[in-house]
Design a binder for this molecule. Sequence first.
Ligand code: SF4
Length: 424
Amino acid sequence: MIMRTHTVQVGKLTIGGGNPVSVQTMCNTDTLDIEASVAQCERVAREGAQLVRLTTQGAPQVKALAIIKQKLRSRGVDIPLVADVHFSAATAIQAAHVADKVRINPGNFSKDLSQVRDLLTQLFQVCREHGTALRIGVNHGSLPAHILESYGNSPEGMCQAAMEYLAICWEQDFPHVVVSLKSSNTRIMVQANRMLAARMKEMQMNYPIHLGVTESGNGREGRLKSAAGIITLLREEIGDTFRVSLTEAPEEEIRFGKMFLPVTGDHLQVTGWDQLIVSACYKWAPGLLDGTIDWKTLPLPFVEAPFATKEELKDFCMDLLQATRCVFAKPEYISCPGCGRTKFNLEETVRAIKQATSHLKGCTIAVMGCIVNGPGEMADAQYGYVGEGKGKVTLYKGKTPVMRGIPQEEAVARLLELIESQQK
Ligand code: SF4
């Protein structure tokens, strides 16, 4: 084993320390819609989720989270709840009174590291009083300016940002922290997490690691990206918990993610496409991601399955090569899973965009549920479709908004026009 992490208690779940790797998900309901959120938490818990996260933007959502927790507990559902807080340290502190764990990105609290230290100190205090754990989540695409200046938007930058925050936890002897480095780019995600594991080992830190390929999309492409990144690291014994992030219902994330376990991969019988994705990623993803397998020498198809034709298996292999960033035979889609901030039907929109743009080989298109976090999380996408709320969409070219306030009914056609005009 590369490193033995220490344990972090999150409600009834123990993460790290050699405990079985746990599978988690996030609600895509509006947290203020208490009945819908309770029902979704119950459904994902029945599917086998061991932890569920809810969007917690501010004080009203913290209050709603308290009611959701109390309702779930009164119905005998004891799944630990995580508050997902992005920008407000005050909200994180309030949420730490209620949630079993709070997910933060300290770089979003302040650009000034000494101010981040002060805010974390206050947060640690409340977490200690209430037995609340934290996740420090750093995402490729939203790194602080001082990191970008020194390291660029790179795996090193992601690792360095996380190490700065972990150093604060270390100095203040606050061990109840899980750390994550996520990217929609499978190679960057794998490299960043390997660096993090190595750096922590060097520094004799052993915080548990949460894995995920963020904004991996939907369907087979989304599953392949998530499985390739997560399974590659689990095979190296990096990772104590993970979320498969799909632009689909959270129940689907759990159904698919459970197939990754146990991490030996010995359990797999390939009886359907999802099993094929998982078994192919156990066998091929590490070598394809690292370049130790020369994909150009592989026969097509290089996987077998009794239920599929040769042509279908060839297509499958091309998708696996794209998920591991060996070839780009189709457009590359980045789409967020959606959450309480999403104010439109993300799944349908992604389907419509894929259909309208399937001919745009080599193009990277992001579809993001909200304007608050979406633009920051689009990473290197060339074009972006970002929900503004109230039925309106902003279209981006790179990081620049180029058309705002477009009615949603017109937005897919306008996106296509934008891309085609640029490509001419
Ligand atoms: S980008 Fe998507 S998942 Fe992230 S906060 Fe916005 S709607 Fe939620």
